[in-house]
Design a protein around this ligand. Structure first.
Ligand code: 9YT
Length: 167
């Protein structure tokens, strides 16, 4: 498959996507797998802050996010996943652009996410987005490894990107 063969459609999720998303995250490797119920809730209640990248009936990618309950203009991007066969084709970046083009995100001033050292694709994506928009990326300690029950969980440094000009 070459880049030109791809005809990816970007859309809001629906509850019927939940289990495919769960499988995508399970197979993605670098992400924390949540319950199938969690992906169902995201695909339903959080549909306006989530994106599905779809190639025909195949889910090529998923992005989840929500507004911070403490800072209403800060969007926390929870997970960005692209299926193995679709990587290195700009799908992560396209999902993020599709998300931010939605009307409701005009109020966004900061974007936050935690990015573990193994999550190279998300690091590159956020750094390149900040460069494109000429905003800064502040990285602080976020969630340290010892906060997780698994022995081998990495640190999750917090990226805070912005300020974006809201309108
Ligand atoms: C941006 C992104 O995908 N972060 C992942 C955070 C965490 N490791 C998770 O939920 O998988």
């Amino acid at each position: 498959m070459t880049f030109s063969d791809l005809n990816i459609r970007y859309r809001n999720p629906i509850p019927e996507d939940g289990q495919k998303v769960w499988k995508l995250i399970r197979d993605a490797g670098t992400l924390d797998l949540n319950s199938a119920y969690c992906y169902l809730l995201l695909s339903d209640y959080y549909r306006d802050t989530c994106v599905i990248a779809e190639d025909g009936h195949e889910i090529a990618g998923f992005l989840s996010s929500f507004y911070s309950p403490r800072e209403e203009r800060t969007l926390f991007v929870w997970q960005i996943a692209v299926a193995d066969a679709y990587r290195k084709r700009g799908i992560g970046k396209a999902m993020l652009s599709h998300l931010l083009d939605r009307e409701i995100h005009r109020k966004m001033v900061y974007l936050e996410a935690t990015v573990s050292p193994a999550n190279i694709a998300s690091d590159r994506l956020f750094q390149s987005m900040a460069r494109d928009q000429a905003v800064s990326v502040q990285i602080t300690s976020g969630y340290k490894a010892q906060l997780f029950p698994e022995q081998k969980h990495e640190d999750e440094p917090l990226y805070r990107i912005g300020p974006f000009s809201s309108y």
